[in-house]
Write a protein that binds this ligand. Sequence first.
Ligand SMILES: C[S@@+](CC[C@H](N)C(=O)[O-])C[C@H]1O[C@@H](n2cnc3c(N)ncnc32)[C@H](O)[C@@H]1O
Length: 235
Amino acid sequence: MTTAAPDKAPDRISGMFDAIAPRYDLLNRVLSAGIDRRWRARAIRSLQLTGRETLLDVCTGTADVALQAVSAARVIGVDFAGAMLSIGWRKTIAAGQAGRVTLLRGDATRLPVTDNSVDAATVAFGIRNVQRPEIACAEMARALRTGGRLAILEFGVPRIWGVSTLYLWYFKHLLPAVGRMVSGHSAAYSYLPASVGAFPPPAEFMAILERAGFSEVRADPLTFGIVYLYTGVRR
Ligand SMILES: C[S@@+](CC[C@H](N)C(=O)[O-])C[C@H]1O[C@@H](n2cnc3c(N)ncnc32)[C@H](O)[C@@H]1O
């Protein structure tokens, strides 16, 4: 999938997520047929949490990772889109988890946490939106204690013939059309395939993670490579 690099100016991206926030969760469930919860669960499992750790969830959005992880860790979620965070906070209160989850407004490239202050970090479907992903990765390395685990979920492009043809048709045509119809926002769901097409391939993103300060870096394809789970350990 080759696409021109989309405009990732922070104001544009946060404005786009603020606009689709009310329909974001519904669209996620529908467009991924519910598999998104399993992808997040797999990422959380890879962190090997015991319940005593602090997890930093970057690009937390409506707090789905935070709420799925909350029985295994105290969670700090960071996002720059206020409307996404408001929904996340409502969900946190409804789940009775206000004591275990903190949501902060902030940018992934200037995380509002101190050095070596968290045991684990996650980003689910957020890193491809960040204008300078290498800076966000270095920021997570700064926030993590030595030995702390990182898990990043991001869309990929399936390599299996047949699967990839079908998926690209779904991703480039059906998904933007359904997204437009349900969210009423025309740019956001065209931006999704464009941003995935412009994201570095797995080997290149693994190199970014290594340069940012992670070892044992892996990229595991999930669901035929529709999604990749990137993991690493803070050196
Ligand atoms: C596709 S949503 C994913 C939300 C959530 N992690 C999930 O799994 O549903 C991407 C989120 O990343 C946030 N985001 C993108 N770039 C960001 C940045 N530079 N700093 C903070 N948040 C950012 C957006 O506001 C949006 O809420």
